[in-house]
Design a protein around this ligand. Structure first.
Ligand SMILES: [Mg+2]
Length: 177
């Protein structure tokens, strides 16, 4: 299978991600998809669990920015409510806009990770950027039509990736790295 679709790590959901492993791996900055990664695509603001996750992430010293293909209003409302940097209409898996967003791509790539639920947008974009990535499971099955188009192929590729799940897991309490 093509390397361009392969994530660095896997976790079932964002809450399972072991921040210590990220730290030990030199990660300092997190780019994160919004819909179906942080909250389901129809949910407008974070609940207690997500707020705690944002806080924890902050305490560990990571920066967080949302990179979403969704429209400005949706992304801005969520991000500004929680004081998070954001890029809407990001056009993943293309990386022109993301590069511009992250200091014109003039970054230390070893310090960045992209978290997302979709292989054909999030993971592919991360690989094009040359940064590491964490694939998570989509929070809900019901989703926007845009995402649905990619989902079938995503599932097929995901099945193959998950055969290596133990090798690439970054979940808390997991001894495999
Ligand atoms: Mg998503």
């Amino acid at each position: 299978m093509s390397k361009k679709w392969y994530p660095t790590w896997y976790a079932k959901e964002i809450f399972d991600i072991d921040f210590n492993v990220l730290k030990e791996s030199g990660i300092k900055h997190i780019l994160c998809d919004l819909d179906n990664t942080i909250v389901p695509y129809h949910v407008v603001s974070a609940s207690e669990g997500e707020l705690k996750w944002f806080e924890e992430l902050n305490e560990h010293g990571f920066t967080l920015a949302i990179v979403s293909n969704n429209y400005l209003g949706r992304v801005r409302n969520f991000a500004t409510e929680h004081n998070i940097e954001y890029l809407a209409n990001s056009n993943k898996p293309t990386i022109r806009r993301i590069k511009k967003f992250i200091l014109n791509g003039e970054i230390n790539k070893d310090e960045w990770v992209f978290i997302g639920d979709q292989i054909l947008t999030d993971i592919w974009a991360a690989n094009r950027l040359g940064i590491r990535s964490i694939l998570v499971e989509p929070l809900v099955k019901r989703e926007s039509i845009r995402s649905f188009i990619n989902r079938k192929l995503d599932n097929k590729i995901r099945k193959k990736i998950l055969k290596d799940k133990d090798k690439i897991s970054i979940e808390k309490g997991d001894l495999n790295e």
